[in-house]
Design a protein around this ligand. Structure first.
Ligand code: AGP
Length: 606
C-alpha cells in the first residue's frame, strides 16, 4: 500500500527520500515520486520501482526539504502522471497522499469550474488544488492544509510542500498513519517507522485529525480545531538491520526462521514460576476486574483473525470463558451488541489495519473494554485500546504474516493462562501450561530443521490446481491459516474446512486431482481425524498429514511429524510447517514471495 516520506534539515533531501522509499517497498506499490524545494519545486515521478525513480533523478536535483511517495493505485491506472506527488497548477504546492478522498469527484467538479486544470485521474490531485487556493488567502501552509482538509471526506495521511515556504513540511493524518522522526537539527516524517529507523529512534505518532508542521529545528502539532497539542516522543526499539534480509533469500524465510527468538521474546518476563501464572502488566486490570468478564470477543482481519480463533479456543479451554473470534471487517459493519461484561480483544501485527481500527473505535464509542494484541509499538490500534499485550516480534516485512501470527497465538496462551488462573485453572494445570510455553522455542527449532523434507513435499504438491486443508476444533484455525498462507503467496487455490464438515458437502471435490493437507494432532480427536483421512483416501484423494504420529500408509501418502506439546498449545507448533510448505510451494512456482500480487502489508483503506 502507499508510502510517504518527508525530510527537512540541513542535508540533501533526495537521497534520504529515496532511501526511505526503498524501506517502504515491502508494502507493495506500482509507482514512485519525489519533490524537493529549492527556488521552486523540482519533481520526478515514474511508474515502476524506486530504483527506476532513482535513475530518473538527476545530479542537480538539490534541495534540503522534500517529500516522496510510493503509490498503490486506487483512482486511476498506475502511470507516471498518476504517480504522486501532485502539483497545483501554479506549481507552488505539492502533495503526497495515502488513503482515499471519497468526495473527490464533487470537489474536482467545483475546482474545475473555478479554473483548475487536472492532469491526473487521482483523488489526491484535488488536495493540491484546494490547498493552493487557500494558501494564497491565508499565507500560512498549515492553515491552508487545515481548511482544505475540512472540505474533504475520506481517509488520508498527507505531506505537503509550499514552494514559498522552503523551510517547512506540513503533514496530517486521518485514518492513515503518519509518524514524525526527530533528528539532530532535522525532522523526518513517514507513513511507517521502517523509513525512519536508519536516521532516528525518537518518534511521534500523529492521531487522527492531527496536523504537524516540521522545520529543521523542531515541530508543532495541532488538533483539527487549530489548538496546539503536546506530544511525548516514543523510542522505538526496531533497527535498520531488522529490515534487511539477513542473508536469507526472502524476508518470509527469514521471518519464519526467526520464530524461536520471536516466541522467546513474546514470552520473556511474562511467566511466573512461583504461582504458575502469566504477568501481563499492560492489561491495566486488577484481579477483580479480570474475573468479572463473562465472555471474550476477539476481532482481527485475515491471519490475525485466524490467530484469534486459536486464541478463542485457548481461552475457552484454559479459562472456561465463552470466547469467539470474528473478522473485524465484518464486525464493524453489523452494529454489534456491546456488553459491559464482555472483554474485547483486537489483534493486529501492523496496528494500522483500518477495518480493525474502525471496529475498535466503534467498540470504544459504545463503552466496550478493548485490549490489543499488537506487534507495532505506538501504532494506532495500540493507542486506541484500553490496554494490551505487545508481541515484541520485531518488524514483519514480508506481506504474508508468519512470526506475528505465531507470537499472537503465544500471547493468547499467556492471556488464557492469566484469565484461567484468576478463575478455576488449577496450579498444576498452570504449571503444565507454563512448562509447555517454555518448551516452544526449542520445539520450533526442531520444526525448522524439517525444512528439507517440507521443501520436497511442497514441490511435490505445488502443481495441484487446488488443495484442501482440514482440521478439527483446535486444528481448524491451523488449517485455515495454512490455506491462507498457500493462497496468498503461491496463488494455488486452497480451501480450509473443519474435518467434521467434509462429508456435508466438500467431499464431492475430493479426487486424485485435489490433495488434502490434514492437521491431525495427537489429542482426544485423533480417531475421528483418522476416520476422515480414510474417507478422503477412499475417494482417491492424496493426503499430506501434519501431526504427531506417522499414520498408516493406507490413510496418508505423506506425514510431517512435529514435536508434541500440551494439547492446548499444539496448534501454535502445527502452523509452522505449513508456513514452510507455503513458502517452498511459492518458490517452486517462482512467485514474488515477499510481495504477492494485489496485496499490501498493511491495509489502511476500507
Ligand atoms: C497475512 O498473511 C495477511 N497478509 C493479512 O491477512 C493480514 O494478517 C491482515 O491484513 C491483518 O493485518 P494486521 O495484523 O497488520 O492487522
Amino acid at each position: 500500500m502507499c508510502g510517504i516520506v518527508a525530510y527537512v534539515g540541513p542535508k540533501d533531501a533526495a537521497p534520504i527520500l529515496l532511501e526511505g522509499l526503498q524501506r517502504l517497498e515491502y508494502r507493495g506499490y506500482d509507482s514512485a515520486g519525489v519533490v524537493v524545494s529549492n527556488k521552486g519545486l523540482k519533481m520526478r515521478k515514474v511508474k515502476g520501482r524506486v530504483a527506476d525513480l532513482a535513475a530518473a533523478v538527476p545530479a542537480r536535483f538539490k534541495g534540503t526539504v522534500g517529500i516522496g511517495h510510493t503509490r498503490w493505485a486506487t483512482h486511476g491506472v498506475p502511470s507516471d502522471v498518476n504517480a504522486h506527488p501532485h502539483l497545483s497548477n501554479d506549481e507552488r504546492v505539492a502533495v503526497v497522499h495515502n488513503g482515499i478522498i471519497e468526495n473527490a469527484d464533487e470537489l474536482r467538479a467545483k475546482l474545475e469550474a473555478d479554473g483548475a486544470v487536472f492532469l491526473s485521474e487521482t483523488d489526491t490531485e484535488v488536495l493540491a488544488h484546494l490547498i493552493a487556493r487557500t494558501v494564497k488567502e491565508t499565507d500560512s501552509l498549515e492553515e491552508a492544509v487545515r481548511l482544505a482538509l475540512k472540505r474533504v471526506v475520506g481517509t488520508y495521511g498527507i505531506a505537503v510542500l509550499d514552494a514559498e515556504r522552503p523551510g517547512e513540511v506540513v503533514v496530517a493524518r486521518n485514518g492513515s498513519p503518519i509518524v514524525l522522526g526527530i533528528g539532530e537539527k532535522e525532522m523526518f516524517a513517514a507513513s511507517d517507522v521502517a523509513a525512519l529507523v536508519r536516521y532516528t529512534r525518537q518518534v511521534v505518532h500523529l492521531e487522527d485529525g492531527e496536523l504537524a508542521v516540521l522545520r529543521a529545528d523542531g515541530f508543532n502539532t495541532f488538533a483539527s480545531d487549530a489548538r496546539e497539542t503536546a506530544k511525548e516522543p516514543l523510542t522505538v526499539d526496531w533497527e535498520a538491520a531488522h529490515y534487511d534480509t539477513g542473508g536469507y533469500e526472502h524476508y518470509l524465510l527469514k521471518e519464519i526462521s526467526e520464530q524461536p527468538d520471536t516466541v522467546a521474546r513474546t514470552l520473556r518476563g511474562r511467566l511466573d514460576e512461583r504461582f504458575n501464572v502469566a504477568h501481563l502488566g499492560g492489561l491495566n486490570m486488577d484481579a477483580r476486574e479480570t474475573r468479572s468478564f463473562r465472555r471474550v470477543k476477539i476481532i482481527g482481519c485475515g491471519s490475525a483473525y485466524y490467530s484469534g480463533q486459536i486464541g478463542a479456543q485457548l481461552i475457552e479451554e484454559l479459562a472456561r470463558i465463552p470466547a469467539d473470534a470474528e473478522p473485524a471487517s465484518e464486525f464493524r459493519y453489523r452494529n454489534p451488541v456491546v456488553e459491559a461484561d464482555t472483554l474485547y480483544v483486537a489483534i493486529s501485527q501492523s496496528g494500522e489495519t483500518y477495518d480493525t481500527l474502525a471496529a475498535v473505535q466503534e467498540l470504544k464509542r459504545k463503552g466496550g473494554r478493548v485490549l490489543g494484541i499488537v506487534n507495532t509499538v505506538g501504532s494506532a490500534i495500540a493507542r486506541e485500546c484500553d490496554g494490551g499485550v505487545y508481541l515484541h516480534a520485531g518488524p514483519e516485512v514480508s506481506v504474508a504474516s508468519t512470526k506475528a501470527f505465531t507470537s499472537t497465538a503465544v500471547a493468547f496462551a499467556l492471556l488464557a493462562l492469566h484469565l484461567g488462573r484468576v478463575r478455576d485453572l488449577s496450579p498444576a494445570d498452570g504449571r503444565r501450561i507454563c512448562e509447555g510455553l517454555r518448551a516452544l522455542p526449542d520445539q520450533i527449532k526442531e520444526i525448522l530443521a524439517l525444512e528439507p523434507q517440507v521443501k520436497e513435499l511442497a514441490e511435490k504438491y505445488a502443481d495441484s490446481p487446488s488443495i484442501m486443508f482440514v482440521g478439527r476444533v483446535r486444528g481448524y484455525p491451523v488449517a485455515r491459516e495454512g490455506a491462507q498462507k498457500l493462497k496468498e503467496i503461491s496463488y494455488v487455490h486452497a480451501e480450509a474446512y473443519p474435518a467434521s464438515e467434509l462429508k456435508h458437502g466438500p467431499l464431492a471435490l475430493i479426487g486424485p486431482e485435489m490433495p488434502t493437507v490434514a492437521i491431525v494432532p495427537d489429542d482426544e480427536l485423533l480417531d475421528k481425524n483418522l476416520t476422515t483421512l480414510g474417507e478422503i483416501r477412499a475417494r482417491g484423494g492424496r493426503v499430506l498429514m501434519v501431526g504427531h504420529r506417522v499414520a498408516d500408509p493406507k490413510l496418508a501418502d505423506d506425514c510431517l511429524i512435529v514435536p508434541k506439546n500440551e494439547v492446548e498449545l499444539d496448534p501454535i507448533l502445527l502452523g509452522i510447517p505449513l508456513q514452510l510448505f507455503a513458502y517452498h510451494a511459492a518458490v517452486a512456482l517462482e512467485r514474488d514471495v515477499d510481495k504477492p500480487r494485489n496485496l499490501a502489508k498493511s491495509v489502511t483503506v476500507e
